[in-house]
Design a binder for this molecule. Sequence first.
Ligand code: F6R
Length: 610
Amino acid sequence: MCGIIGYLGDKNAKTVLIEGLRALEYRGYDSAGLAVFDRAGEVFIRKTEGKVKDLERYSASLSAEYSSGIAHTRWATHGEATGINAHPHTSSDGRVILIHNGIIENYMPLKKKLESEGARFQSETDTEVIAELISKFYESGRLIEAVASALANVQGSYGLAVMARDMPGTIVGARNGSPLVVGIGDSCLSIASDRNALPACARRIFYLDDGELVHLGAEGYRTISLANVETTKEVEDFHREIQHSDRAGYPHYMLKEIFEQPGTIADCYRGRILPQEGLARLGGLDPLDERLHDFRRIIITACGTSWHAALVGEYLIEELAGIAVEVEYASEFRYRNPIIDAHTLVLVISQSGETADTLAALREAKMRGAAVAGIVNATGSTIAREAGCGIYVHAGLEKSVASTKAFTSQVIALFLFALRLARMTKLSSDQGIRYLAELVSLPRKIENILNRAEEIRAIAGVFRGKSNCLYLGRGIQFPVALEGALKLKEVSYIHAEGYPAAEMKHGPIALIEPDMPVVVVASRCGVYEKVISNIEEIRARRGMVIAITTEGNEGIRRHVDHVFYIPEIDEALSPILTVIPLQLLAYYIAVAKGHDPDMPRNLAKSVTVE
Ligand code: F6R
């Protein structure tokens, strides 16, 4: 999704901004641009369709020293991915230069009005309208006031960084719904949509809140509300996360992150389990401690892969702790009329902690008086901060657009939470001890799977020329089937659907034709025999079955065309093992088709617009 970076300081702004854009690249985008001021105060703007490397090439002629500037990666919402629609945008008088993340909902009436007053627009974007509007209010030297006045007329979401042609040493930022973080250093000030994009000089940071503006200039920073009232910020030390930003010898981040999973899932449970007592300790949930006994119902809300983790969580919490769980798409939850009472806990899951729909669902739940907790990967993200309490999953920076290691860590966090609840109610210490013994066996078992990645690469070959496939699973494997299908769609562009295996005969069976691949997650479980019957239904129609099953299950070979074995594990934890071959399968199919799995078309890593 769109990325924002702005910089004032003694380093060459062009270099700093390009580095910042590179750090934002993983989020997915289709065009990029920058505006830089040289030491004489002249501004230069370059923007282009394509990647940051294209922008770099296109701006190679900018060889002076630049003291300030703003830069942007754009993920198209209003208007195609072209150089003209790329940001920065300027007002038609050229006085205001601006980059924007978000969607301006009332841009059409604003545009018409501004056109009737003589404005001439170059692009199809909603963003250009804000530049024009700010210029209308702008009096030299009073940029933040002009931005506040303009935003009073705007409906929608935004993270903005604005400069004025006659104020080269000033950047104004404004936030409503799209994240912005300010970085402070000894000789620099910076602003970004993601703290990982801040320059190395940023030693302390603060986050802008919705409805807040910041003025960065030679005299430091100051923040105000939209109503022009000074606000105070909590500034925190910024210890950059160890970036692991290189691919460490892997051809793609997606593969690297799949292979990181033995470590990342251990990072999620390390320090949180008491194996001798069969207990899980989750310090981040301490604020809810006294209420944990009172919850009769849990709603888990999330989007995409995180929503699939939520579905696994539903099985875990209901099975282990016996508490009723409902899983809601965050995008639906926010517009429904959810029933929430004092005994309802709302769990919000997000890798990025910035997904607009999930954030809105969290706010809706809080507004209705629910107890809320977050299960989040990105530390300091908006959802983590607004949830107030929860569980960090500690998967580390996830750069691949297709989420892999975050999913397995989310499932571990949900497992720990289920265990915590279960031990307060119906689970004995012996049972808890057994579950934890299974949990700590996972890293070794994941390694066993990863060591056999070549088997999956061979199976990927059978997808050559295929354009449709099904993923089936039952019980706790149904969300895994959904996740396998999503991964395949995202990176290989093959149409794939996930279904509960028994649902197939209620419709999807019509799709099966000779040699159509059907991936069946058939680990040994209570309904294993029924899964075999479903496989036979596919075979009867000459579909091609690829099974993921448990070691030792030699009998399945009679029923399927290809099989991949996972080590034995308790059913509650089996999704962690069954999903990994499916992640690898999607990866190898994408690569075989010549696609870059790290940059899937049309996708953004963090969906900060509705
Ligand atoms: C899939 C994927 C997306 C995200 C979804 C939610 O590979 O990455 O489906 O899971 O956009 O994102 P978060 O978890 O950041 O809220």
